[in-house]
Design a protein around this ligand. Structure first.
Ligand code: 5AD
Ligand code: SF4
Length: 488
């Protein structure tokens, strides 16, 4: 890779997984002077864009930045592919099926590109950071105009110009993370806002591609995060979701100040915004100070997403999760002692290399012991370049599917039980909108993020109101709006 990637003007910079793996001690600079080049400021006038986003909330939030950039260039959004002058696929690399979807989509877009050669078709996000993906696009989908990665989103205006005028595929993917660029425009909608607090991950769990596609851990300066949250509060947002691959490693990389995630949460709790959540956290870095701060509640809601991945020590070790089943359970006990009504959610992988039925039973028993409100569950998917990809993927697919099915069954029962437990309570519900299937019914969320359906006037949308919970289903509860009720 050329040394000074930031000034590399050739726009053919493919990724390298081995470069991405190296963690240097280079200092990360923070830039506050972002501007769209003058000649690009009205480049999108009378033009339309469409972005398809795959994957996690980090990716969705990156899409908000990309939309912000495009709209500052004058582009307008469209849902109609035929109207679009720019189509971007913001991709996810975490599992193979996410990648398959993108390659399938490229197959469809080929025809559109043939009909409208002026269309700029781009691929960005985590898949772009993978060498094998970029090579495959070069060989099998040469009609793609632009590939850029997760570290150089701010370069979009320049890259778009290049892609528009060039006959070659424009590829600019930085294998090493870039600096932090503040003040990028963001197009946010609705009543909830995502806020990045850190980028990257240094944990290197053996199955995970993220440390390679998102680079090393870099925390945003506290004053920048707090200023953004204050600004969102002033704009009227009702809920903030603080984002990072591993939020409780926040601040570990600061050399000049001792300021960690607990300190940040403490400062955010003083800002006048109704609700603050965060995702995602790693059990290893979940310290006592953070628990103490969260226990004060206020706008810090009592819901924690705490990925466990497996309940078996043998598998946790092979995953390099850096904690044991016992440590995880101890952490859960500490959290429950400090915050008795906490709602815990998690991520679980089944069928990791070497997982036996006994290992899987350990996962099931941990799930019962913790009594998660809900979980994201996945079948293990080997990712090229990760250490686990070199382990024998020896659990037959039928067994993996059967375990996923049994796990989901157990989780559905736990979710129903947890929903049953809140019947009769009057809870604060943030009203998000009409329910998907019935416009007569409103849908909102409790502080523990349970979905509530109830009847009420549309004016309640965007407000936090008391709702009496009267009935429980597996994945949601039904309630009655009782304005005079005492809120627990
Ligand atoms: N296979 C299956 N699931 C994975 N995850 C991450 N990498 C893989 C993989 N290779 C899951 C983990 C993580 C979530 C975001 O995705 O459970 O917490
Ligand atoms: Fe992946 Fe592990 Fe980092 Fe989460 S903590 S992003 S699973 S490497």
């Amino acid at each position: 890779m050329p040394k000074d990637t930031k000034n590399y003007e050739k726009y053919f910079l493919p990724p390298s997984l081995s470069d991405a793996k190296r963690r240097g001690r280079e200092e990360i600079q923070v830039h506050y002077d972002f501007n769209i080049p003058e000649d690009m400021q009205s480049f999108g006038k009378d033009r339309y864009y469409l972005i398809q986003t795959y994957g996690c909330q980090m990716n969705e939030h990156d899409t908000e930045t990309i939309m912000g950039l495009l709209e500052q260039m004058g582009y307008k959004p469209t849902e109609d592919r035929r109207q679009a002058d720019v189509i971007l696929l913001n991709t996810c690399a975490v599992r193979e099926n996410a990648e398959d979807k993108v390659f399938g989509e490229l197959g469809h877009l080929k025809h559109l590109k043939a009909e409208k050669p002026s269309l700029v078709l781009g691929v960005c996000g985590c898949m772009s950071q993978e060498e094998a993906v970029v090579n495959r696009i070069l060989q099998k989908h040469p009609f793609v105009d632009l590939i850029f990665g997760t570290h150089n989103i701010h370069r979009l205006p320049v890259l778009l110009r290049e892609a528009f005028f060039s006959k070659e595929m424009v590829i600019e993917v930085w294998s090493k993370e870039g600096d932090i660029v503040e003040n990028l425009p963001k197009k946010r909608q609705g009543i909830k806002a995502w806020v990045n607090i850190m980028y990257g991950c240094d944990k290197f769990c053996t199955y995970c591609i993220v440390p390679y596609t998102r680079g090393k851990e870099r925390s945003r300066r506290p004053e920048d995060v707090l200023a953004e949250v204050r600004d969102l509060a002033r704009q009227g947002f009702q809920e903030i979701m603080l984002l990072g691959q591993n939020v409780n490693a926040y601040g570990k990389d600061f050399e000049d100040i001792e300021y960690r995630f607990g300190d940040l949460m403490n400062d955010v709790s003083k800002i006048d915004i109704p609700r603050v959540r965060f995702t995602t956290s790693h059990p290893r870095d979940f310290d006592d100070h953070l628990i103490e701060v969260l226990a004060k509640k206020g706008n810090l809601v009592e819901q924690i997403h705490l990925p466990v991945q497996s309940g078996s020590n043998q598998i946790l070790k092979k995953m390099s999760r850096k904690y044991t089943r016992e440590l995880y359970l101890e952490l859960v006990s500490k959290i429950k002692a400090a915050i008795p009504d906490v709602g815990l959610t998690t991520d679980i992988i089944v069928g990791f290399p070497g997982e036996t039925e006994e290992d899987f039973q350990e996962t099931l028993s941990l799930v019962q012991e913790v009594r998660f409100d809900s979980a994201f569950t996945f079948i293990y998917s080997p990712r090229e370049g990760t250490p686990a990809a070199d382990m024998a993927d020896d659990v037959p697919i039928d067994v993996k599917k059967d375990r996923l099915y049994r796990l989901n069954d157990a989780l559905a029962q736990l979710s129903k039980e947890s929903n049953d437990r809140i019947i009769g309570q009057a809870l604060e519900v943030l009203v998000e909108g009409e329910s998907k299937n019935n416009p007569e019914v409103l849908a909102g969320r409790t502080r523990t993020n349970k979905l509530v359906h109830f009847k009420g006037p549309k004016e309640l949308i965007g407000r936090t109101v008391p709702v009496n919970i009267v009935d429980a289903q597996t994945w949601y509860v039904k309630g009655e709006w009782v304005p005079a009720a005492a809120v627990k």
